[in-house]
Design a protein around this ligand. Structure first.
Ligand code: ZN
Length: 320
């Protein structure tokens, strides 16, 4: 057609008509090449780089992807280690709960709290292995989180119970009320004076009249006075269902309602009431049932030794 082709003359900065037919032809070729290249780039873009122009970049991403997968594998291994550590904690938790007299965590609660089925995670990654690794790691992490939370709750419970027990252990009768020969044991026996078989609801400790008698656990004095064949007696309510009785006394140093601590001197032994010879009659009751006092003290720990033990303990805790 009559279309004219121009070129820029850089010497005098003017458009000049290209008149040379050869030059026109060369320009046509040049334009065709430019268009073809453009077309190829567009085609390559929409067909996912069949010409491999982005190969270097893709390879770099692939390397990074592999590295990430390796890291995910390391993570998964770490999670497995933590899992076995948590499992060990759960085992210790069981023992600790038993030690403080708490029931082990119910298996059902464990399942509800932790979840027996692992949660499903989806990231829609094109790499199947990476998808699997990532999903597994997330599932493990979330299970661990729930386990640790349950464990934390249990430890709080154990600590509370431990504090209660500490309080309880101070109250439960646990020492001898005095040092003396044991003549009459707990259980059925022929009464030395009445001559009939009867339940002996305590133990008799033979001592001279006027031997100091000590409280065997923390508590509140619930009775002081004369009671039939018991003579003068002191009764201490230790709480937690425990009551102790100290009978045939010659003198009481405590009054009803008074708080006493284990090892406090509460009375002097004697021979009041129905006795053949001076001795201390000592009883331990739990929930209204007489207990064998032998189960409530270590024979080698008498009040003096107990005080020594407490003193030593205090010195240790005071850093002396
Ligand atoms: Zn007795």
């Amino acid at each position: 057609m009559g279309r004219k082709v121009f070129y820029i003359d850089t010497e005098n900065l003017s458009f000049n008509e290209v008149r040379n037919i050869q030059l026109k032809f060369l320009l046509m070729i040049f334009l065709i090449v430019i268009f073809s290249l453009g077309f190829l780039f567009v085609l390559n873009y929409f067909t996912g780089d069949i010409l491999g122009f982005g190969k270097a970049r893709a390879e770099k991403l692939q390397r990074e992807n592999n590295l990430l997968k390796e890291q995910l594998k390391v993570l998964r291994e770490k999670f497995q280690q933590i899992e076995s550590m948590v499992a060990k904690l759960l085992e210790q938790d069981r023992e600790l709960r038993l030690a403080v007299d708490l029931k082990p965590i119910d298996e059902d609660i464990k399942k509800v709290g932790v979840g027996s089925v692992e949660e499903k995670y989806e990231f829609n990654l094109s790499d199947e292995e990476a998808e699997k690794l990532l999903a597994e790691s997330f599932a493990k992490l979330s299970k661990l989180e729930r386990e640790v939370r349950l464990q934390q709750k249990s430890y709080e419970e154990i600590y509370r119970q431990y504090k209660i027990n500490q309080e309880k252990f101070r109250h439960i009768p646990a020492i001898l009320p005095l040092k003396g020969g044991l003549t009459s044991k707990f259980g059925y026996r022929k009464h030395p004076i009445l001559g009939v078989w009867a339940m002996h609801e305590g133990v008799d400790l033979v001592v001279d009249v006027g031997t100091p008698v000590y409280a065997t656990g923390d508590g509140v004095v619930s009775y002081v006075g004369y009671r039939g064949r018991y003579g003068l007696l002191v009764e201490i309510d230790h709480g937690f269902g425990y009551v102790t009785i100290y009978a045939h006394l010659s003198k009481a140093f405590v009054r009803e309602g008074q708080k006493v601590k284990r090892g406090d001197r509460i009375a002097l032994s004697g021979a009041t009431g129905l006795v053949t010879a001076p001795h201390l009659h000592y009883e331990v009751w739990k929930d209204g049932i007489p207990q064998n006092p032998l189960n409530y003290f270590f024979e080698e720990v008498d009040p003096a030794e107990y005080k020594k033990l407490v003193q030593e303990q205090n010195n240790k805790t005071n850093g002396g």
